[in-house]
Design a protein around this ligand. Structure first.
Ligand code: HEC
Ligand code: HEC
Ligand code: HEC
Ligand code: HEC
Ligand code: HEC
Length: 124
């Protein structure tokens, strides 16, 4: 297990609480990065337990050469890219790939931009 026997964070275990994603990922609709919660957020419900450090994984990650912004996708449901998070324990593989093919596939379907410069800075 992670962190010397301490349990890793599981979305599934927290599903019954029906917390909004923004409770822990404050920037998910307004920032480039969704962001992760600070320890204080966990401590409001787990004041004394030993908690594993996170992130334990970075399953969803694009390379530096790619521009991705959550704010620009605020009208797309989280689940379209991340799947039903509250049914997942520890995330080990992406629901939707972060490859160029996967980005472009949806952009074609939704008539979103296919311009190279939207996702890549020119000259990179
Ligand atoms: C709003 C309250 C709340 C917040 C905020 C919260 N938790 Fe929990 N957490 C719970 C409850 C309730 C359970 C018990 C669920 C169950 O019994 O399956 C739980 C279960 C857990 C468990 C499983 C413990 C075990 O027995 O295996 C871990 C680990 C955990 N939380 C870590 C975290 C971390 C890390 C954070 C911050 C990112 C966090 N929690 C934020 C309420 C919360
Ligand atoms: C109680 C806090 C909490 C809530 C609520 C929460 N998350 Fe998370 N989320 C976390 C933590 C902590 C991590 C880092 C887990 C790790 O790396 O071990 C995380 C990681 C993620 C990741 C990144 C996975 C990766 O490895 O790249 C995604 C995507 C995600 N959450 C989506 C969501 C979505 C969508 C919702 C709402 C349906 C949601 N989360 C609700 C705490 C939360
Ligand atoms: C169009 C696809 C898409 C949608 C919609 C989307 N995400 Fe993401 N998400 C990604 C990609 C791609 C990454 C990796 C970004 C990077 O590496 O900069 C990511 C990364 C994350 C992470 C990891 C931490 C971080 O800040 O990079 C979290 C947490 C997360 N998303 C939560 C959410 C939540 C919550 C929503 C809904 C409010 C959401 N995402 C909507 C594609 C999406
Ligand atoms: C599930 C569908 C979907 C996926 C997957 C997706 N996008 Fe998008 N993307 C959209 C939509 C729809 C828009 C237009 C949003 C709007 O206008 O509200 C958009 C807009 C954008 C924009 C803003 C373009 C502009 O004109 O400002 C960028 C940049 C972008 N996406 C990059 C990416 C990258 C990089 C990936 C892959 C890592 C990705 N997208 C994956 C649906 C998607
Ligand atoms: C909607 C977003 C999006 C658009 C539009 C887009 N790309 Fe990409 N591109 C990506 C992502 C995401 C990756 C990173 C894939 C990965 O990490 O495997 C990538 C990777 C690449 C790579 C590196 C390939 C490699 O394997 O090293 C090149 C070169 C590239 N893109 C060129 C282009 C060109 C040229 C265009 C215009 C015809 C374009 N891209 C349009 C998202 C996009």
């Amino acid at each position: 297990m992670y962190g010397g026997g301490k349990a890793a964070f599981s979305h599934k275990r927290h599903a019954p609480l029906k917390l909004s994603c923004a409770y822990c990922h404050a920037q998910a609709k307004t920032g480039e990065r969704a962001g992760l919660p600070g320890e204080a957020v966990c401590r409001s419900c787990h004041p004394n337990e030993a908690l594993a450090r996170f992130p334990t994984t970075r399953v969803y990650q694009v390379r530096d050469m790619v521009f991705f912004s959550h704010e620009k996708h605020s009208r797309v449901e989280c689940a379209e890219c991340h799947g039903a998070m509250y049914e997942q324990d520890v995330v080990t593989k992406p629901f939707r790939a972060t490859s160029m093919k996967a980005c472009v596939e949806c952009h074609k379907e939704r008539r979103a931009t296919l311009a190279c410069s939207a996702c890549h800075e020119l000259g990179q």
